[in-house]
Structure formats: structure tokens, C-alpha cells
Ligand binder design. Structure first.
Ligand code: PEP
Ligand code: MN
Length: 334
């Protein structure tokens, strides 16, 4: 942290800052310029309230040097993290496709979706049991019954499961789930994130549509700080002024996150575009951009989907996308 003092700051002003920083366990190094004094803060700056320092009348500016995501950042952890889900690996050159319906609707639907996505090459099965719907009149998911059906589909196919949690109190229900998803709407539900730090299984953390990459990483920081470093980040599109797609897929988030963080990042082209016709192109673009995986909504009969029907693709479309994904991976030397 660098603090620049106003030209009229006195020696006792510097001492006031020094004693505040010392009380927080940090040290001060002063550089006296011709007109101004610049203070460098060294040591752990975690407990320092930059706003308090900035508010002092004799302070001109405060600049943080280290990013507020020490645990999810690459600086202290240069190697890529590899997340192992029942032997399927994501990150550090390992790639997986998570596929399945938006929501679990019936035993037939989830089991046939599981069988078909597995046959096409998906490594994990998705399906929402607790659905965070924008309108209270829309299908809200089957709840615990949905979790039971996911378990059946896993027993049938061997595919590990990914499903969304909405409340910290639901964690005990997720005992048999393999990856717990935090949806875009809950990316900054900090009490939920802290609870998931206690979970002994990987977390799929989706980016909120109005959240920056830095905020995504600081949300991951909550989970790691609470004890769980098995996190997969997911770019699922952000809200812009463009109405032709449901969201705007921020593909540049993939290389940016790879530079800033050791955590793997996958892309969800389904929620990013909201239209089945655009899912394939964005899936391939995500792979070319270096994504560590994909999450794609596939429904045995998209026109009957109770949730997100417009973006659901058919098994045949999924099969074609997987073939092309493999070709793109080969083309980029993966
Ligand atoms: C989902 O993956 O089912 C979902 C609701 O996505 P998001 O949280 O990205 O909207
Ligand atoms: Mn959906």
C-alpha cells in the first residue's frame, strides 16, 4: 500500500499513520520528496482500513498494491489448481464437460438426459433441484425429490453430479452431490460462501451478471478462507445493453482469470446466450479461449423443458458440439 501525504502534512501526521499501522501489525517506510512525503506500507495489510486512511485530512491518496484475493490469486500459488471430482479432473490442462437439463423434472427426464450426455462424452451431469427463478410463478424445482432423482441418475450412469444450493441450511441435503453450484444470483451471498468453506466437496462458483472478475475472485476468497480451496469458477455472461442474447458472454474473463488466479475457469454458453442456436458457437469460442471446461444445458425434449427451454439443446446438437469441441482442443494443442 502506498500513501501519498498532502504537501502541508506534518511530522506528527506521519506519526499518527505510523501508530495506526503498527497497531495493525504493519510497518511504515517514508520517502521524503521535495514537496510531498510518500509512505510505503509493508507487512500484512489485510486488517488495514484504506478508507480510514484516505479520510484523513492530510492524506492525498491511498493505493493498494496487492489485490484483495491473496488465496485465490496466483501470486502466492503460481501453479494451476486441479480439481478432482470422483476422478474427473478440471484445471491445469484437464478439461471436462458438464451437461444436463436446467432442472430435474422427473426420473425419466433426468435418467435419459444422463444416459445421453454420457454417451456423447460429458464427464459430469448437471440438473437443478432448487431453482432460483426470477418470477415466483415459474417452476421452482423439485427440491429434495430432485436431489434423490439426481442420485438415481448417478447410480445409473456413474456420472458425478452438479447441482445448485440456495441457502446455507441446505448443505446437509447435499451429502450425495459431487459438486455444489453457487448460482449467479448468490455469488455474493457471503453467509452461503462461508458455509461452503466447511463443505468437503468442490464448489462451482458462477459469476454474477453484474459482478466484476475481481468480485468473483473475492467471493472465491470467502470459500477458501473458510477452509475449502476446491473451487471451479464459471463465466456465464454478464448483463449489457445488448438484447439479442440473454447475457453477453465475457470470453476475455477466461484469459484474465487464468492470469490472476490459479483456480480453473469453465464457461456456460447456455445462460450466456439464452438461445439454443448460439450455444455451439460460444462453446467452441470458449474452448479456443482456454476454458478448462464447459457447462451446457441439454434436454431430451427441449420443447417440453420446464425451465430455460429456449437455450436447451437436443442430444443430437450436443453430440455435434462435443465432436467440434474435441477438434478445437486438438487444433490448439490440448
Ligand atoms: C443454472 O446454472 O442453473 C443457473 C441458474 O445459472 P445462473 O446462476 O448462471 O443463472
Ligand atoms: Mn438454466
Amino acid at each position: 500500500m502506498i500513501i501519498v501525504l498532502r504537501p502541508d502534512a506534518s511530522a506528527s501526521d506521519t506519526e499518527q499513520i505510523r501508530s495506526y499501522l503498527n497497531s495493525k501489525g504493519a510497518e511504515l517506510k517514508c520517502i521524503d520528496g521535495e514537496y510531498r512525503c510518500v509512505l510505503g506500507v509493508v507487512g500484512c495489510t489485510d486488517g488495514i482500513d484504506a478508507g480510514y486512511i484516505e479520510g484523513l485530512s492530510f492524506v492525498e491518496s491511498v493505493t493498494r498494491i496487492s489485490e484483495p484475493y491473496r488465496l485465490s490469486g496466483r501470486l502466492g500459488h503460481p501453479a494451476d489448481s486441479v480439481i478432482d471430482i470422483c476422478g474427473r479432473k478440471i484445471g491445469g490442462g484437464n478439461f471436462e464437460i458438464i451437461a444436463g437439463p436446467c432442472s430435474v423434472e422427473s426420473e425419466d427426464q433426468i435418467c435419459s438426459a444422463a444416459e445421453v450426455v454420457k454417451a456423447c462424452g460429458a464427464g459430469l451431469l448437471r440438473g437443478g433441484a432448487f431453482k432460483p427463478r426470477t418470477s415466483p410463478y415459474e417452476f421452482q424445482g423439485l427440491g429434495t425429490k430432485g436431489l434423490e432423482l439426481l442420485k438415481k441418475a448417478k447410480r445409473l450412469t456413474g456420472l458425478p453430479t452438479v447441482t445448485e444450493i440456495m441457502l446455507p441450511e441446505q448443505l446437509p441435503l447435499f451429502e450425495d452431490v459431487d459438486v455444489i453450484q453457487v448460482g449467479a444470483r448468490n455469488m455474493q451471498n457471503f453467509e452461503l460462501l462461508k458455509e461452503l468453506g466447511k463443505a468437503k466437496k468442490p464448489i462451482l462458483l458462477k459469476r454474477g451478471w453484474s459482478n466484476t472478475i475481481k468480485e468473483l475472485l473475492t467471493s472465491a476468497e470467502y470459500i477458501i478462507g473458510a477452509g475449502n480451496s476446491d473451487i471451479i469458477l464459471c463465466e456465464r455472461g454478464i448483463r449489457t445493453f445488448e438484447p439479442y442474447t440473454r447475457n453477453t458472454l465475457d470470453l476475455s474473463a477466461v484469459p484474465v482469470i487464468h492470469e490472476l488466479s490459479h483456480l480453473p475457469v469453465i464457461v456456460d454458453p447456455s445462460h450466456a446466450t439464452g438461445h439454443s442456436g448460439y450455444v455451439g458457437a460460444m462453446a467452441l469460442a470458449a474452448v479456443a479461449a482456454g476454458a478448462d471446461g464447459l457447462m451446457i444445458e441439454v434436454h431430451p425434449e427441449p420443447c417440453r423443458a420446464l425451465c430455460d427451454a429456449a437455450q436447451a439443446i437436443t442430444p443430437a446438437q450436443f453430440s455435434e458440439i462435443v465432436t467440434k469441441v474435441n477438434a478445437v482442443r486438438k487444433a490448439i494443442g490440448k
